[in-house]
Design a binder for this molecule. Sequence first.
Ligand code: NAP
Length: 251
Amino acid sequence: MTNNVVKTAVVTGASSGIGAATVRTLTTEGWKVFALARREERLASLAAETGCTPVVADITDEDSTTAAVRTILAAGPVKALVNCAGGAVGKDPVATANLDDWRAMYELNVLGTLRITQKLLPALKESAGSVLVISSTAGIEPYEGGAGYCASKFAERVMARVLRLEMIGEPIRVIDIAPGMVKTDEFSVKRFHGDESKAAAVYAGVPDPLKAEDIAECVRWALDQPDTVDVDSIVVRPRAEGSYTKVFRNA
Ligand SMILES: NC(=O)c1ccc[n+]([C@@H]2O[C@H](COP(=O)([O-])OP(=O)(O)OC[C@H]3O[C@@H](n4cnc5c(N)ncnc54)[C@H](OP(=O)(O)O)[C@@H]3O)[C@@H](O)[C@H]2O)c1
């Protein structure tokens, strides 16, 4: 099957940030999109704006994910899964890190991604499709205070790499997009448990952090390559960011 026969994508984490931007970009480019997240109202307004199909589901919950996948597959073939649901919780040192924060990141970033990927994999193979993960540069270079998030993102990247190895010979692509600093409305606020000033400090003085739309464009480009071209990995950062700890800031 060639690229344009079925252009149906499932985007998780679609109710905000990079996921919502990806839904906007893909629908503009003619993709039919199932937009999955937990917050129904946000998905409803995104659906009104873009024509996407909202799927209210929690990927940390087995029954919820099973029901979502059943609904999606009942509508026909699926060409791409964009695993965008994820996030950071806390930024404490290892010595004092909160186990519940780590557990939440593992449940969502690692096991949630695994859960929905497993369930859609057979359908994706049938349509010569793609599994795409939005991992992070946190999955490449660890930083102080980031052990829990970094470990979960290392795991997500390893999952993608190993899946690609295991799928060699099968008609499926596995794509990893690892962004650096992306200024989205909720990511850092959630990381700091609602502390807006700590969240704002992450981006303070940085001339041009990446926007959610920049990552959405990477997703679109990677998916739009021919079926036989697997964009193994994209690492994308703002020009002002050399690494997590080397960021240019205006005084
Ligand atoms: N922002 C950055 O600097 C950055 C950099 C590198 C990588 N990333 C990665 O990019 C992805 C998106 O980040 P973002 O900045 O767009 O963050 P965001 O705005 O907080 O988006 C996270 C999304 O995940 C959804 N979600 C959370 N828990 C879920 C669950 N249990 N089931 C289904 N959906 C769930 C949220 O929606 P609901 O709450 O409605 O479910 C939301 O739509 C994450 O994987 C993040 O780790 C972000």
